[in-house]
Design a protein around this ligand. Structure first.
Ligand SMILES: Cc1cc2nc3c(=O)[nH]c(=O)nc-3n(C[C@H](O)[C@H](O)[C@H](O)COP(=O)(O)O)c2cc1C
Length: 493
């Protein structure tokens, strides 16, 4: 991989710590007047020409798209092993990224719907509920409108990225984390954990509440408001490089497929070349604080969407003459439907029975060798302990001849914003390669939380479809919601 062209687009701008404002902003942050000082220690006066180390001055093209120029560098990607609520896939390794352009704001519904000809309204709220494929299609549409060479070639479910193109694209996972951190090495891009007045998330669950649920006085950041919806991007102070909402509001699709970090590819990594899962970063309005840490990695199948996952656009500053993207996804195996579930207080069981009845099969319940306590507070503690330790509670229930099944309808309650650990035991006990997993989740208001991301990571060779979220047992509307969900998945063999 050889760098062929080094091109600089920047003209007039403001030099700031690590970033340079590229041009007159067409995107106006809502709190532009109350931003934190991003220029301390740097020359804040307008400069005639942004100077980048190694850039070929004179090859500049003016752009007026409001993106910020993020000056490249080397940083420690991932989290240290002692970071609270760290996940094992956040292995720390040094990564270098080139200069790139990144939007300070998340893409709005107004911008997305106008360009893509959708009816979804013209709100300033961030677009969400789009698949990864829709996100890359938006990037290409934006390039077409701007007269730029598109970054992506889209052929069915195969998407390749031409790194010689100057068009709009998603940031890579490394670029995203580099930009989010803005030079910080702490769990969040500020010197404390964000309150609900500093980021839009499930504010009842600030950082480290899990271990202190019954002793909240010791928390650095106390529980705050849960808005239950996205708000206009730019409503809070930006990070030190002028980027808004890197923590919370909507999580953001990035280019990379999900997989273990490749410690050998330390320069401008672009992720695995195969797999169906794509990463999204930063957490959203319904995530606990621990799941919007700078290093936290969420993933969903590229064809899935979530009401708390949206996007932000990037462009290359350094163009490379290669194409990355890899292989199309593997085929699906055919077979009978299997309905399995774990339920503590019966809600998931009701839903599972409805799913099974509509499919004309029996639902199978997971029974643990050591069941969780029937006392609610004790169960909260036990469930959180298991999640913290990534335990794999032993199951009495075994599935005979898993090969006969093609689609697994998997039911569980939302526990601490994710799956109960018996579901992890199940997913690690069988080979799901080529099978489809359709998750359904009963919850007390947190929706699917990070449960679908957790399932995707535990069964990376499966096709994990769109999940169904049901509030508690769903009431009289539940059978209709189940039917709509099953029908929306298309025919399953
Ligand atoms: C240990 C535990 C943790 C929970 N964590 C969450 C949560 O993070 N978000 C949420 O919306 N509901 C949470 N709930 C509520 C359950 O998801 C909800 O009551 C669900 O309907 C229970 O399903 P079940 O009856 O099948 O066990 C939790 C419940 C328990 C017992």
């Amino acid at each position: 991989m050889r760098m062929m062209t080094r091109r600089m687009f920047a003209t007039a701008g403001l030099a700031a710590v690590g970033t340079t404002v590229l041009s007159a902003c067409s995107l106006t942050p809502r709190n532009a007047g109350q931003s934190q000082d991003t220029t301390s220690g740097a020359d804040a006066s307008p400069v005639a020409e942004a100077t980048l180390p190694g850039a070929e001055v004179g090859d500049a093209e003016p752009v007026e798209d409001g993106l910020l120029l993020v000056t490249g560098g080397t940083f420690s990607m991932g989290s240290p092993e002692d970071e609270p609520w760290r996940v094992a896939d956040e292995v720390q390794h040094d990564v270098t990224v080139d200069d790139f352009f990144l939007s300070p704001l998340e893409v709005s519904q107004a911008d997305y719907n106008r360009l893509m000809g959708k009816d979804g309204g013209s709100s300033e709220l961030p677009i969400a509920g789009i698949t990864w494929y829709e996100a890359v299609a938006y990037c290409n549409a934006l390039s077409a409108e701007a007269g730029l060479e598109p970054a992506y070639a889209i052929d069915g479910d195969l998407v390749t990225w031409n790194r010689a193109a100057a068009g709009y694209r998603l940031p890579t996972e490394a670029e995203w984390e580099y930009a989010c951190r803005a030079g910080t090495t702490t769990p969040f891009n500020m010197d404390h954990s964000p309150s609900a007045e500093e980021a839009n998330y499930y504010g009842h669950y600030p950082y480290e509440i899990e271990g202190n649920y019954f002793n909240q006085d010791v928390l650095e950041t106390k529980p705050g408001v849960y808005r239950g919806e996205p708000i206009a991007s730019g409503s809070f102070a930006p990070n030190a490089w002028g980027l808004f909402d890197m923590h919370g509001n909507v999580a953001e699709w990035v280019w990379d497929r999900y997989g273990a970090y490749d410690a050998k590819t330390t320069e401008n990594p672009t992720g695995p070349e195969s797999g169906e899962l794509r990463v999204n970063r930063g957490g959203g309005w319904n995530d606990f604080a621990k799941n919007m840490r700078s290093a936290y990695r969420a993933s969903l199948t590229a064809t899935s969407s979530s009401p708390s996952v949206g996007m932000r656009v990037a462009r290359s500053s350094v163009l490379r003459e290669d194409v990355v993207g890899g292989a199309a996804s593997g085929g699906k195996v055919a077979g009978k439907p299997l309905v399995v579930f774990f339920s503590w207080s019966g809600n998931t069981q009701l839903i599972a029975k409805e799913v099974a009845s509509q499919l004309g099969v029996e639902a199978v319940e997971f029974v643990c060798e050591h069941p969780y306590s029937s006392d609610y507070n004790t169960c909260l503690d036990e469930a959180q302990r298991d999640q913290n330790q990534q335990a794999r509670p032993a199951l009495v229930t075994q599935i005979d001849d898993m090969d006969q099944y093609g689609t697994v309808y998997l039911g569980y309650p939302n526990w601490w914003a994710s799956i109960p650990m018996p579901i992890a035991t199940f997913l690690e006990s069988y080979d799901f390669a080529g099978k489809t997993i359709l998750p359904f989740c009963s919850n007390g208001g947190g929706g699917l939380g990070q449960s679908v991301a957790a399932i995707s990571k535990l069964a990376p060779a499966a096709h994990v479809g769109q999940g169904l979220s049901i509030h508690y047992s769903g009431g009289s509307e539940m059978p209709g919601e189940v039917k709509g969900w099953i029908d929306s998945q298309g025919p399953q063999d």
